[in-house]
Design a protein. Sequence first.
Length: 361
Amino acid sequence: MLTRLGDASPRVSNRGFCRVALLAGASLAPILLLALGFSFPIRCLGNCLAQESRRCLLMSLWLPTEIELNHYALRSREEFLQRRAWRLHADGFDDSQLTAEFVKREEREHMSSCQTPGRQMRFLPVMDAFRSMTWPERQRRFHTFEYQGRSHFITAVLEVNLATSEDEYLLEWIDFHSAAGMDHFVIYDAKNLTSTRQMLEPYTARGIVDLWPCRPTASGSCIPTDELVPGNGPQQRDFRMFAVTSIARQKSSFWIAQLDLDEFMFPRRRSSLRDVLWPETQPDGVQMFFVWQLNHGSAGWIAKPPMRQIEAYTRCSQQRDWNGKSIAQADSIQLTGPKRYTGDPHRLVPEDSQGVTAAWR
Ligand SMILES: *[C@@H]1O[C@H](CO)[C@@H](O)[C@H](O)[C@H]1NC(C)=O
């Protein structure tokens, strides 16, 4: 599952160009094949394959990067309404408006149009294995890293319990990303819930999770929970800014991923994100992958399904969203100057930042 650091092959200087050419070829091939394959029979047989099926097939085959991002944007109808209940007060919404929003996203945005490509399912056996694995074994295989003074390879930054308690999703999210190759998590609990703290205790005790029970200011001091203004944008950036710049400053990890609890990032074909990122882990490697999200709908669930999200929500959009999240080398985070990182939830490195090649692939 994990790549050992010593296994990496020596670097070749024109590797970047070859890789781009190869990738371009590899990405275009399915499209050309599809174009050839489809235009011909369709002319002959009319709608032998409906337009929607074609779109779904194309969506599942074509991907601009080696990293995927599934976004469980709706979940079941009940969960959607429960999660956004705060809007009833904050925005003066009523129940029917919330329901209308759900229906709009599900139907007009076609969030349950296609069968999900489902490549995330291959991490289920590893997640199951965690249950019978001892903590020392899990730690040794999935959370141990020590190279050039850095104790983590990929650190993910996450905020939870912003509106409602999210305990029921948290362990699935951590275990999934552990299975997919992330080894360390920095989590901000906006509500400082006892239940969250207790649930994470085995992880925090072993340094797998760093849990922040309060929102740190840029200098690392605590803003007490009851002094936070709900929905205050600039304050919401504080935690990300603090967490990301601390990792970059301390060089505690090589890569930083920024995600939400309903987002699942994983390698498209390789067995671990480490396999994708290790060859890029160097100053002239890819500095940031911006990964387009694939929105998943309710798949027809009305109430919370009795299984994990990645198993239950098997329907998604016909195409990837232009929006997404990023995973970047910690060393490419700008700490000063006009391009410094200020808490953007999507891009860790600005597109045109000088001296930084940010690649989207
Ligand atoms: C979090 O809650 C615990 C008690 O559950 C309390 O001792 C601690 O001071 C709280 N921290 C913050 C920052 O509110």
